[in-house]
Design a protein around this ligand. Structure first.
Ligand SMILES: Cc1cc2nc3c(=O)[nH]c(=O)nc-3n(C[C@H](O)[C@H](O)[C@H](O)COP(=O)(O)O)c2cc1C
Length: 198
């Protein structure tokens, strides 16, 4: 069974890279196939060109591959740091270009785009792993934890993936190696429990 693992972090060797690798390892340990994309390493172009907006637009081969993989995925893992309460721009652009109409969602007949779309992704569940430097209580109280709504409601909920498990690991900047190892172990456990435990 294929699982998509999408990583958005510019620095090889980062905690985010370790968390994404842990997710891939957990998938492979349970007999799944981890299809891993390090968007920075790939040089993924996040700019959605005008020519790709239409539902039936011809797509470049790389985008076609991403679309096919995300449509086939049994489960999806997203790993990224909290940047201004948003995913890094490279990942926002991946969402723009890959979670397309006809791939991730569609509007019902007679709906020009003003109504409630139907989700098309086959994935049973998604895992979102975030890192940040803001304490959990302050993130919730002051900012409202926007990443929670973005991934659960605005993106996966709309695309038909109802089960979304998310963790935000903080505070990275003051964390010690033992804490980071614990976060890596928690990521493996989250992937196992979300995708492979009945
Ligand atoms: C452009 C940018 C924006 C950031 N915005 C936030 C933010 O809004 N809230 C926060 O807690 N941390 C913010 N950070 C800190 C990152 O979340 C933090 O460096 C990252 O989670 C650490 O993970 P890493 O060790 O894998 O790099 C920001 C960092 C950068 C570079």
């Amino acid at each position: 069974m294929p699982y998509s693992v999408i990583l958005a972090h510019p620095r090889p060797g980062s905690l985010n890279h370790a968390l994404a690798r842990a997710a891939c390892a957990a998938i492979e340990q349970h007999g799944g196939q981890a299809r891993f994309h390090d968007l920075h390493a790939e040089g993924f172009d996040p700019l959605l060109p005008a020519a790709e907006v239409a539902r039936d637009a011809p797509l470049p081969p790389l985008i076609t591959t991403h679309c096919r993989e995300i449509a086939e995925a049994e489960g999806i893992v997203i790993v990224h740091p909290n940047w201004w309460g948003m995913p890094p721009a490279i990942l926002a652009g991946w969402v723009d270009r890959v979670l397309r109409p006809g791939v991730a969602y569609e509007f019902l007949e007679g709906d020009a785009g003003e109504g409630v779309p139907r989700g098309l992704l086959a994935a049973r569940a998604a895992v979102v792993v975030n890192t940040s430097n803001t304490a959990r209580e302050r993130e919730a109280r002051v900012f409202g934890d926007p990443l929670d709504r973005i991934w659960k409601d605005c993106i996966f909920g709309l695309c038909g993936v109802a089960k979304v498990r998310r963790r935000m690991f903080e505070t990275v900047v003051t964390s010690d190696p033992a804490t980071r190892r614990e976060w890596i172990a928690q990521t493996e456990a989250l992937v196992r429990e979300t995708f492979f435990t009945r």
